[in-house]
Structures are given as C-alpha cells and as structure tokens.
Design a protein around this ligand. Sequence first.
Ligand code: SF4
Ligand code: SF4
Length: 201
Amino acid sequence: MLENYIKYLVFITNKLKVFFERQKEYICCKKGCSLCCRNAEFPYSKMEVKFLLSGFLLLDKETQAKIEENLQKTADKKKEFKGDVFLYDCPFLIGGSCSVYDYRGVVCRTFGLMENVKDKNSRVPFCAYKGLNYSQVLDEDKNQLSEEKFKESGFKEEPLSFNIGYKFLTSEDFEKKFNFEFGEKLPLIDWFMDMEGKKYE
Ligand code: SF4
Ligand code: SF4
C-alpha cells in the first residue's frame, strides 16, 4: 500500500512542479519562509501520517526529540483549547524548515499555488496578503485578482488557478487509480494527541 501511495505522490508532485514552473513569476517561496507551516490545521490522512513518520524515523535523535517536544506541547494546548478550530504551528517545522520535507503530506505540496474553487473566485494563497505569492496581481480592497495590476506587472503568464484542493487530491479517484487507501483524515496534531509511550514503528 505504501509503495502505491509513493507512486501517487510522485505523480501529483510532478504535476505540481509543472504548475509551479508555469507560475514562477508569482512565486516568492524561498528557504526560510515558513509562514504556510504556521497557524493552520494541516489535514492529514492515515496514509500520509504513516509516510511522514517513515521520514521522522530517519532523522537524528536530537531532531526527533525536538519534534516530540513540539508534538507534546501542541497536543497539550489543543486539550485546553475551547474554541472551534484549533490552529497551530506544525510540530515538524524545525529551525524554520520542514524536517521531513520529502515525506511531507499532500496539502504541504500545494502551499503557494492558487486554488481553483468551483463557482467562486480563485483562492489566492493567504501569503498574497502578506506581500508574497500573487501579491503582485492582488487587489486587496476588492479581494480579487486585478487585471490592471497584471498589465502593470509585465508578467508573461497570466495568474492561473489549479484544481489542488485537498479534497480533490485525496479523492477516491486517486485511490482507485493507484490502488491504495488514504484512510481517516484528521488535523495532523490529532494523530498525536496521546503521546504517552508512543512508538512510531
Ligand atoms: S510537514 Fe513540513 S511542509 Fe508540512 S506543514 Fe509541517 S513543516 Fe510545513
Ligand atoms: S507559500 Fe507563501 S508562506 Fe509558504 S513558503 Fe511560499 S511564499 Fe512563503
């Protein structure tokens, strides 16, 4: 099953590479920018967590210990949280970088692109509002892309949105095509709520 999931990951990662390459004029992502790994929910399926943990097990003991500490602290905060949606910094973010980059989940691979949302305006990544991706063509007051700004930008490629929603990318169609199951989907931290004596094998 994990082998087939890896085949699926190679497939979508190659697709996403093409999308990023096409939109490179709008993409400001660089090492050290980790806003997209902070203050969010991070949906993860059982299969994605399994793969993520296979990457975790390859890390040195010191990094593993830091991640475990982050997981414990985040889980404790969630237990005390009284609101609707618990947002947190990803516990696998170490020193401003993803410690399990090659093993990261599906949602992490889409960070930074513009999502095509059915019957609505395209969803620009949140970092457009922080002067990053697509900010060059965003009209913040109208909360939409600006044709005028696009013309002024002198960019060759139009800003494009893609079908990169988590629901779509983890749909049954992909499970059938690659012959595996994602399994249950939860916010990443929910997989680690009971850290006592946890073993990752
Ligand atoms: S797994 Fe890595 S890429 Fe994904 S949110 Fe966490 S730190 Fe960021
Ligand atoms: S998607 Fe946005 S927040 Fe994330 S690394 Fe790229 S520019 Fe930074």
